[in-house]
Design a protein around this ligand. Structure first.
Ligand code: TZP
Ligand code: MG
Length: 207
């Protein structure tokens, strides 16, 4: 499995915009290469039920399946990986508990990026590239901050935050391996079509 290639178009769920399972299916039909289950403040049991459905779908479409924040839910639903932030389980402990999981780290600065790489992260989710209503009060690193991270680490980098069809080309030109998107896809009128269009642009710019 080529992790860099699988991170190309990383689509994240958001129940404020659309129900998870249905929208994930549409995103996979449109060409998403990775899916992340991101649910804040829902019962663990519900997350596991949804995660199991997403596991089945991602397998069908040969896409990777990640869980945001929650190593327990990732393990319970046989996910490919987990995305950990600075307030979640430390990367080193996650690796001890789950040596076979792909560990992604959410980073908001060059310092955090270098630290996460040192701790053994397998890839970085770096942002927020642009301001975004999806995550308020988040640090904005811009294309410049993103480029500095890409140049400074060896592990794959996925850009996140405010990425739309209109600005994705300039983000990709920073040298990232992929882009992570919530609203430009989950908030679109047609999820499958929005995913297809994004995938096409990615293929044009980074292949
Ligand atoms: N982490 C940094 S920005 C962000 C997250 C989860 C939100 C991305 O959402 P959108 O709608 O693609 O800007
Ligand atoms: Mg998180």
């Amino acid at each position: 499995m080529n992790l860099r290639k699988k991170l190309k178009l990383y689509v994240i769920t958001d129940r404020r915009l659309r129900p998870e399972v249905e929208s994930v299916k549409e995103a996979l039909e449109g060409g998403a290469t990775s899916i992340q289950l991101r649910i804040k403040n829902a019962p663990t049991r519900e997350m596991i039920e949804i995660g199991k459905e997403i596991r089945k779908l991602t397998e069908e479409y040969d896409a990777l399946y990640f869980v945001d924040d929650r190593l327990d839910v990732a393990l319970a639903t046989n996910a490919d990986g987990v995305q950990l932030g600075s307030e979640d389980m430390p990367i080193s402990i996650a690796k001890e508990i789950a040596p076979n999981l792909i560990i992604g780290a959410s980073v908001y600065s060059l310092e955090e990026a270098l630290q996460a790489e040192k701790e053994g992260a397998d890839y970085l989710g770096a942002g927020s590239v642009f301001p975004t209503p999806t995550k308020k009060d988040v640090k904005i690193i811009g294309i410049e901050g993103l480029s500095r991270i890409v140049e400074s680490v060896k592990i794959p980098v996925v850009a996140i935050g405010g990425i739309k069809h209109e600005n994705v080309r300039e983000v990709l030109k920073a040298g990232v391996d992929g882009i992570a998107v919530i609203s430009a896809i989950m908030g679109a009128e047609n999820v499958r079509e929005a995913t297809e269009r994004m995938r096409k642009i990615i293929e044009e710019v980074i292949g």
